[in-house]
Design a protein around this ligand. Sequence first.
Ligand SMILES: Cc1cc2nc3c(=O)[nH]c(=O)nc-3n(C[C@H](O)[C@H](O)[C@H](O)COP(=O)(O)OP(=O)(O)OC[C@H]3O[C@@H](n4cnc5c(N)ncnc54)[C@H](O)[C@@H]3O)c2cc1C
Length: 480
Amino acid sequence: MKKVVIVGGGITGLSAAYEIKKRIKEENLSIDLLLIEKEKKLGGVFLTEKVDGFLIEGGPDSFEMFKPAPFELAQELGIEDRVISANEEMHRTFIFSKGKLQEIPRGLLGLAPDKISSLMFCPLLSLRGKIRAALELIIPPLKQQGTEISLGEFYKRRFGEEIYEVVAEPLFGSIYACIPETISIKTCWPRGLELEKKYGSLLRGMLVRRREARKASKGRPKEEKKKASIFRTFKGGMSELTNTLVERIGKETFLTEKEVSKIIFSPGEKRFFLFLESGEKIPADACIVATAPSYITSKLLSQIDVGVSDMLLRIPFASSVTVSLGFKKDGFEHPLNGFGLVVARTENKRVKAVTWSSTKFAERAPEGYVLIRCFLGNAQEETIVYESDEAILNAVREDLREIMGVTVEPMIYRIYRWRNSMVQYTLGHGERIAFIEERIKQYPGLYLAGNAYRGLGVGDCINDGKRAAQKILEYLRFKL
Ligand SMILES: Cc1cc2nc3c(=O)[nH]c(=O)nc-3n(C[C@H](O)[C@H](O)[C@H](O)COP(=O)(O)OP(=O)(O)OC[C@H]3O[C@@H](n4cnc5c(N)ncnc54)[C@H](O)[C@@H]3O)c2cc1C
């Protein structure tokens, strides 16, 4: 019997555990699986709460179907009927810029403008800004391909400063809680680079792809062509996914409220030893480290490989705060006629984005009430997590009054502090990961997985957990 230990019970660790458990059953493998989690609650940053009839997400609130792993996992678990789609007819996003709240044209929401007309009719841009953005068609690709360039620099070089400040920076910034000028385009927006390389221009590339998509859908019934939302969640919130995983994996697999303090590798025995803060020592033939943030993983591996440990320390994580607020609909000053808003950085607000949760998804607020969720902080404003509830709430009140004209008091509110939870794929991230992957090969049976490496969305983490599980099983096949 071989022993496999997973450290960390977020979506990554749970996906890995589910995959291994499934294969143990299907192939009758002689493997003893253990998942160690330092908290009482499994699921990591997945945190759904029901408060007075409101369904509140502290952590992730949805996943996107262009990375369908969460939906496929739901199908495998038999809970696909619990997946709900966002309210697509209300798919509008606003920007607060120059003291005004205005809608971002749909054609600009995909980060690169989808066509020239989206630019030309964009009320957010001056004529000069529109012309500069359209000149993207003739801007040559960067000569030194392969040179690391930031997402912000790439975008500004192609489309100009104005559209970057008014649309792209707030959209990118709110997705990654980042400063786009510090973020690696290769890692965060490889599609932008691909379009530039293949078509010489992103606008031209979008045009070709739209034509191809139109051709492909020709002849399909109208109803079929109707676009479903790419945003999905679960009726009872995102924790339905992690709770179902926990149930299917089985409670005998989990050791909760136990913190791993270090891992040691014994080359002679080809075994790992995991040391817990509480004093126990657990041997393992193979081990998946799915802890976050990566300075924790760095500490755990410091006695195995100083190089890997050092490189892990260079993957920064930023802190942020989410504040969910429930209001009575009657008297609430804003129509919440969309999925939400982002705030231009020139406005100097503490609130960076707001999701209009009860418009975006059904059943997030009881009849007669509305629910919104505000995001505060980013890689340059991390101290927000150390402020008191009162200070955070005052900042939210003040900004909501200016941005959305909200003056009424919430019926309920919840504040979630996310210390070092938003990974930042800064310049050089790809090289750092390549270094870690190469070096870790010296320790057969050891795998690292999670949002620090190959993608931070829920779908990426599920894929990464499964990938680690498959590697472990391939490795153990020779030992069993
Ligand atoms: C506020 C917020 C909103 C987000 N919104 C979205 C969204 O809407 N859509 C989307 O796709 N993505 C979203 N993300 C990103 C996505 O949710 C995360 O990247 C992903 O869930 C991370 O999963 P993980 O398992 O890798 O890490 P985590 O969830 O952080 O899990 C790591 C686990 O390891 C445990 N651990 C740490 N150290 C130890 C130790 N020494 N011993 C034992 N256990 C340990 C931790 O307690 C934790 O449970 C959001 C993230 C945040 C923070």
